[in-house]
Structures are given as structure tokens and as C-alpha cells.
Design a protein around this ligand. Structure first.
Ligand SMILES: Cc1cc2nc3c(=O)[nH]c(=O)nc-3n(C[C@H](O)[C@H](O)[C@H](O)COP(=O)(O)O)c2cc1C
Length: 257
């Protein structure tokens, strides 16, 4: 019997079949590509860790460059290395959102506007042939103008001189706060020092145009992006301060981490 192509049932059957085929295709692509997406995410994170430390080299794959890096778990409260979780399966981004392993920050403590600070995180080390630290790479994050900036800061072997800084995720406005990604702005960081001679936290990001070019501690902020600049200053000072990695850095310096 010939089909009545004008019937409502026929139209619905065709529409449903098309939807079904498309849904299956999209779902299959999403599931099939998930592992590739995860892998690309991991590679992207690794390349950002390397970039912050200035260890990305042309002609060297990210995996190869990352093989010189040792990933360790740190208890931020005690400032010591920890083996409470398996570092191979630990997800530091998920740990930020887990109430069981984060601590609420008071208003005074929360200068980076992150509300809660994770108790455990991953840090990344480049070791020299004697097993000493050549570069230490620490995760940092905090609120800018629009949302949280996520990045890394790398320290040289003295654990006081900045080797580099970079953000891998933020939604600041391109051309304004987004200039945190500008290589010329990032080039100011290497060589800056965290603590002054009295051991006080001295590193700071000033309002754009206000940094003393001879200062070992000041980084010039972004012109026309004062709010992002303040956010970066606050987050850097939070993570390098007492509620962040300062206890860990002090323990490392004393050989007690
Ligand atoms: C559409 C739009 C996007 C903006 N994006 C940013 C931004 O990403 N970061 C920032 O600090 N200020 C941003 N601003 C500017 C702030 O509103 C504010 O004017 C600025 O931070 C003041 O900085 P100044 O004192 O250096 O001029 C933006 C403004 C507009 C209108």
C-alpha cells in the first residue's frame, strides 16, 4: 500500500527518525571523543605548567618536556608533602570543590575571593642531579573582575625568586584584564622576589604605571584594568602568604617538608 506522505503520522515518524539518528550520532561522538578530550585537557594543563616555568621548548613535545617534572601532593595546612591521596589519580581541580577537603576562609583571610581553600593540592618540581629543587611550580587562583583566574607561579631554586607566571583559565576582557596573557606583561615576573630581606611578603602588582622599575618586588599592573590587576595582586599574595604556600616553602627551605 502506498504511504500517505501528507499524513501527520508520517511527518512525525520521519521527524522522530531524523532526531533519533542525530541524537545517536551526537551521543556516540561525545562518548567516543571523551577520552581524547580528557587527554587534550591534560596536555593543555601540562603545557601551562611548563610555560609558567619557562620550560616549553620548540621542537620538544609537551610529554617529553613534562617527563622532567615530578608531581607531588602537598597538605597546604601542614606545609608538608602528603601521601594521603594517590597523586596519579588525585584531581586538584575537583579537590577545590570538595567540602570534605577544603577549609572555609574568613573575610580577612580571603583576599583572593575564593571562599574556601583546598587542604591538598598538587605541586610540580624540577629536580637537579643531586635531588635538590631547581624549579618549584605552584597552582594559584583568585577572582579578577569577571571570574576566577587559574594559573601557576614558578619559583627558582632559592624558592624566593619568581621564574615565571601564567594563567590557563580566566574570563577577563580581551585587551583589558585579558592582557594577563600578554607575553610582554608576563615577562616582568621572572626575577621578582617574594620576600624582602626581613622575610616579609613584599611581592606586589601595582596599579598600572606605578611600579618602580628598579624594585625587586613590584610588577606593573595593567593600564585600564585596575580591577583585574588588584585581583592578580591579591591572589599572588594569598597563595604566597601564610594561608597559602608560605608554610610549605619555609619547610622546603628548612629541609622539613
Ligand atoms: C566592557 C568592559 C569590559 C571591561 N573589562 C575589564 C577587565 O577585564 N578588567 C578590568 O580590570 N577592568 C575592566 N573594565 C574596566 C573597569 O570597568 C574599570 O573601569 C577599570 O578597571 C578601571 O581601570 P583604570 O582605573 O585603570 O582605568 C571593563 C569595562 C568595560 C566597559
Amino acid at each position: 500500500m502506498a504511504k500517505n506522505k501528507d499524513s501527520i503520522l508520517y511527518v512525525f515518524t520521519v521527524a522522530f527518525s531524523v532526531c533519533l539518528v542525530c541524537a545517536v550520532a551526537v551521543a556516540s561522538a561525545a562518548v567516543g571523543l571523551r577520552s581524547l578530550q580528557e587527554r587534550n585537557k591534560e596536555l593543555d594543563l601540562k603545557s601551562n605548567i611548563l610555560a609558567a616555568a619557562g620550560l616549553l621548548q620548540e621542537g620538544v613535545s609537551v610529554e617529553e618536556a613534562f617527563s622532567q617534572i615530578e608531581t607531588r601532593l602537598v597538605n597546604i595546612d601542614t606545609g608538608k608533602f602528603s601521601d594521603e591521596f594517590d597523586v596519579d589519580t588525585f584531581d586538584p581541580v575537583a579537590a577545590v570543590r570538595d567540602p570534605a577537603i577544603t577549609t572555609a576562609l574568613s573575610k580577612e583571610e580571603d583576599i583572593a575571593a575564593i571562599k574556601r581553600r583546598e587542604n591538598y593540592t598538587e605541586v610540580y618540581l624540577v629536580l637537579n642531579s643531586e635531588g635538590g629543587i631547581e624549579t618549584l611550580i605552584l597552582p594559584i587562583r583568585g577572582y579578577g573582575l569577571w571570574s576566577t583566574l587559574w594559573g601557576f607561579i614558578a619559583l627558582e631554586s632559592d624558592l624566593n625568586t619568581v621564574a615565571g607566571l601564567g594563567f590557563y583559565s580566566h574570563t577577563e576582557t580581551p585587551g583589558l584584564g585579558g592582557e594577563v596573557d600578554n607575553p610582554a606583561w608576563k615577562a616582568q615576573w621572572p626575577g621578582k622576589e617574594i620576600l624582602n630581606e626581613s622575610g616579609e611578603l613584599a611581592i606586589e602588582v601595582t596599579k598600572g604605571g606605578n611600579a618602580d622599575p628598579n624594585s625587586s618586588y613590584q610588577v606593573d599592573g595593567l593600564s585600564g584594568a585596575t580591577l583585574t590587576t588588584k585581583g592578580v595582586n591579591n591572589l599572588v599574595r594569598f597563595w604566597l602568604g601564610e594561608d597559602g604556600f608560605q608554610p610549605f616553602i619555609n619547610n622546603l627551605k628548612a629541609g622539613g617538608a
